[in-house]
Design a protein around this ligand. Structure first.
Ligand code: BG6
Length: 304
């Protein structure tokens, strides 16, 4: 039986779910609740869309995103795992993909259920292929929970099932939809040290809210687990709360870099900003044998 037919058979009773093949060998699960709707690709367990009922989408998906096996999707919630950015030894191991392999390998939908309050919770686990195992030889398991309701709640749990500690870098690399990034700000990071990746990785300290006047690529360190995107154009705030994360990445490419990337669409660079719940740079996790680390993020849009 093909994958689509098998999923439809397994989740036949779940009328809050549907499945679609968006491109050859590229299947996504669509979730509808009384509060919001979401689409999640099985490749990368990648939340592609999330839209509360009666609102603009909160999660941005590029109109030029490519849906193809092994290619990362521009937009949504890419999972960066088990490293963030370039691999630590990338100079010698150039085949290691930036942001890790989790976002481009298939994941399995383990479970989907409606909770008593009407939210829908899905659980995914990666299907590790040989390349992934070669790049990540550490005995470990990963589970990813996605709960769709008035909020979108995503939680990535990594367990060390071996007997040697390992280092873990990760990010919930969420693209948020804004009316115009040139007018948006991000509050909640004032006073934090950050690594400015567009200024030679200089260490700086954030003064007030973050605003955007050009390409911005920063890893904020020691962040508190709560920040918000203030959007005067869509007249809303997007609240981002998190647990198990000590860094926050703020990224927006601006027109020239987005053009080079080729999958942003014409207006794309102005309509998005990434605020990523992460454990990156100084904040990578050392996971002891037998330990589990959960990094989670909750997103909610509030009319301003
Ligand atoms: C951000 C990084 O998290 O992701 C940027 O800080 C990077 O440096 C961006 O350009 C997009 O990465 P990718 O691999 O999805 O194009």
């Amino acid at each position: 039986m093909n994958q689509l037919a098998e999923l439809r058979r397994r989740f036949a009773g779940a009328d809050f779910l549907s499945f679609a093949e968006l491109a050859p060998d590229f299947v996504a699960v669509q979730v509808r609740t009384d509060f919001s709707a979401a689409t999640i690709a099985l490749q990368g367990a990648h939340v592609m869309t999330w839209q509360p009922n009666g609102q603009e989408p909160v999660v941005w998906l590029s109109s030029a995103a490519k849906f193809a096996p092994g290619k990362s999707i521009r937009g949504g919630v890419p999972l960066c795992w088990p490293w963030f950015g370039p691999h630590a030894t990338a100079a010698t191991e150039s085949a290691y993909p930036g942001h890790g392999f989790a976002r481009t390998i298939p994941w399995e939908l383990l479970d989907a259920r409606m909770l008593p309050d009407g939210r829908v919770r899905l659980e995914f686990a990666p299907v590790m292929n040989d390349a992934a195992r070669a790049q990540w030889p550490h005995p470990s398991t990963v589970k990813y929970g996605v709960t769709v309701g008035q909020e979108l709640d995503v939680a990535l749990a990594t367990s060390n099932t071996g007997n040697i500690a390992f280092e873990l870098g990760q990010a919930l690399h969420t693209y948020f939809q804004v009316g115009d990034v040139r007018q948006a700000t991000v509050a909640g990071l004032a006073g934090c040290e950050y690594i400015d990746k567009v200024d030679g990785a200089k260490r700086k300290r954030q003064d007030g809210a973050v605003n955007f006047t050009g390409e911005t690529d920063r890893v904020y360190l020691g962040t508190a687990g709560c920040c918000e995107i203030v959007d005067p154009v869509l007249k809303r705030r997007i609240l981002v709360t998190s647990t198990g994360s000590r860094s926050t990445v703020v990224w927006t490419p601006w027109a020239e870099k987005a053009d080079k990337m080729g999958d942003f669409g014409a207006d794309g660079p102005w309509k998005m900003v990434c605020v990523e719940t992460a454990n990156a740079a100084d904040d990578v996790i050392s996971l002891a044998p037998g330990a589990t680390h959960v990094m989670s993020a909750q997103y909610r849009a509030i009319p301003a």
